[in-house]
Design a protein around this ligand. Sequence first.
Ligand code: SF4
Length: 491
Amino acid sequence: MSSTFVGMPAFPEAARNAVADPTLRGNLRHATHTIRAKRAGAVAELSDWAELREAGRRIKDHTLRHLDRYLEQLEASVTAAGGTVHWAADADEANRIVTRLVKETGESEVVKVKSMATQEIGLNEALEAEGIRAYETDLAELIVQLGKDRPSHILVPAIHRNRGEIRDIFAHEMAAWGRPAPANLTDTPADLAEAARLHLREKFLRARVGVSGANFMVAETGTLVVVESEGNGRMCLTLPRTLISVVGIEKIVPTWRDLEVFLQTLPRSSTAERMNPYTSTWTGTTDEDGPRTFHLVLLDNGRTDALADQVGRQALRCIRCSACLNVCPVYERAGGHAYGSVYPGPIGAVLTPQLRGTTSEIDASLPYASSLCGACYEVCPVAIDIPEVLVHLRERVVQGGPAVRQGNKVVLRPAKGHAAERAAMRAAAWAFGHPGALRAGQRLASRSRRLHPRTLPGPGRAWSGTRDLPTPPAEPFRDWWQRTRGGKDAK
Ligand code: SF4
């Protein structure tokens, strides 16, 4: 299996393949149902959950509205605390910056904290191409990396794997990356965790460079925050001499007071915990404590385009809790790989087409990867109305025409029925604006009802081929109303 999403088919084809895999379906059903039930219990414990959710929404909206100001404040705070800020417009620029920074240290390996931003830009592959090896240290990311696999969930990237599969991956692949798995490795969670712990510990102790993302950045002090459950993040953030953090520009919160809201909603929404086991915060550098050098790479990569979209920008509120994935009936059956991006599930269906555009076949298919049931909106701790954004993006895809492959290129082709649909809508608008003509047309339709065809001619055939055309009534509604209501006209 390829370890990147490059060349993935559009969602319908990828999903069709995924739902035919009973092991995958079983793994996903078990995992998502377990997490979603625990989350519901953790959220129900808080009597002020609705207020926290609303506060989170407001803080994020306010920050996004004044993002330029808060980014400048953050840059000044990080610089004053001894860090260096770099600005990356896209994935290539971010990868070039990180590669250069690692090379300047003279090292050829880095340890990584789980980070969606670095996956989004393909940092591991970019480093590999320059002879630098990146070691994932989050347990699930380690499973994905050793298995030459792709992540399929924001929080639990190896959710599609069961214990037996993980045991096999450890037994066969660990030796190629460092300390091998114990010879008698079983598939019990304690044994698997111990094998990972021993394998990773030598990397933590050897590493001179750490690479991370961040869940939040506090503008007022220039503090970065990583929340995690395993302690691997704490190791990567404190032991290496150089720390490089790649963070999306939307991860800012103005103050520590604002951070308090998300430190309550994120753990309950993601892992159903009351608080995170490890919450690491760092502000620049401190003599004789933690990394001596700190670089912050602020990543745009399509975020300012999303910010310019009045409906779509709400996706930038996302705190990557993954609650929407765990309740989504489409994700539960199709799995994460079908979304062709490191952002799967409902949030991926609205975020990826905004970050990458809708010009490729797969990105244009993502807004349709939903039943619009609204479960994602109900659980989202920052109240992103994902169904609203999905419908909005479908409109954008249709107006742009479908993306089609021509040889090696994907091009936008104007939708065939589009001009006809617009003409029909214009005709309908005219008729509804001229009651006399509408009445005459309705009477004509009623009187000629036996002559109406069952299918439409020309481009309309595609529409009527899958629908029954309604038969006009023998008497138009307005005439019936006049006849039975004593001559009062129907409004
Ligand atoms: S969209 Fe909402 S529910 Fe989904 S991952 Fe983001 S914050 Fe969580």
